[in-house]
Design a protein around this ligand. Structure first.
Ligand SMILES: C[S@@+](CC[C@H](N)C(=O)[O-])C[C@H]1O[C@@H](n2cnc3c(N)ncnc32)[C@H](O)[C@@H]1O
Length: 247
């Protein structure tokens, strides 16, 4: 598994280290949620009804703002604390990771909390990764794909930044990156290696024309159950999210 973002890989390695110690991880999370006074629907730590009525659409963000800022300050004092980074991801805006120029985590609070979905995603992560042998790499995708000698019938899944959407982790991703990726995928295909690529063909009126044309050589699957769309629900109608496969 590979990502250029070293924090992302550190988090995966950290979470994975708890695959056989799930109970311990859930206990640690609960303790910190209580310590900081964050809400957690899954744990029954709910927000007062009054606040819910007053801030119908933003009550999680309103309630958790101060506690989240304290957590963020503490994390920025000691960035080796990956439990704190994971909690920032859970409670932060759009479940993302963002650092400023001075290296401090700087996303604002999100309108979310530790709910059933988050808990289930963690459980699934632990059970899925428990019995797998995973190598974590922190490389640019070009180096990663070149370095591994994939064999015929190996399978490569790719979820790169989407060129035409303006998400935090898509910043810095250029047409050149897209071109290099598609070229490498053509190469994998020529070697009999299976791939699946997640992407968006259309977003808010923009069309990724090059990708659309390239995808005609392969199979394009639509109507996906998408996390991306659920995080960006204002874009549901004009986003065409796809999975492109060569099998
Ligand atoms: C759409 S997100 C994938 C999210 C991931 N599938 C997940 O669920 O956590 C795109 C990812 O590509 C990574 N990325 C951006 N540029 C990259 C590059 N040149 N090489 C490798 N990874 C890159 C980003 O750090 C980001 O985590």
């Amino acid at each position: 598994m590979n990502d250029k973002n070293s924090y992302m890989i550190a988090l995966h390695e950290y979470l994975r280290s708890f695959a056989n110690k799930q109970k311990l991880f859930f206990k640690m999370i609960e303790e910190k949620i209580i310590y900081y006074g964050l809400s957690a629907s899954y744990l029954g730590l709910t927000i007062p009804e009054e606040l819910k009525k007053k801030y119908v659409k933003t009550h999680y963000a309103v309630y958790n703002k101060v506690a989240y800022q304290k957590l963020r300050d503490d994390y920025n004092q000691d960035k080796s604390n990956l439990l704190y980074l994971y909690l920032l991801l859970v409670y932060g805006f759009n479940h993302m990771i963002r650092f400023n120029g001075s290296g401090d985590f700087n996303l604002p609070v999100g309108n979310v909390d530790y709910n059933r979905n988050v808990h289930q995603a963690l459980e699934t992560y632990f059970t899925t990764t428990k019995n797998l042998e995973i190598n974590f790499e922190n490389l640019d995708f070009v180096e990663f794909l070149r370095r591994y000698s994939f064999q015929k019938d190996d399978f490569v899944y790719l979820d790169p930044p989407y060129l035409i959407s303006k998400c935090e982790y898509n910043k810095g991703w250029t047409q050149e990156n897209d071109d290099a990726l598609l070229k490498l995928l053509d190469y994998l295909d020529s070697q009999g290696i299976k791939f699946a690529l997640s992407n968006v063909l259309v977003h808010k009126g923009n069309v990724n024309e090059k990708l659309k044309k390239w995808a005609q050589n392969y199979h394009v699957h639509q109507d996906l159950q998408s996390n991306y769309i659920s995080y960006h629900d204002n874009t549901i109608k004009n986003t065409v999210e796809v999975l492109i496969t060569n099998y």
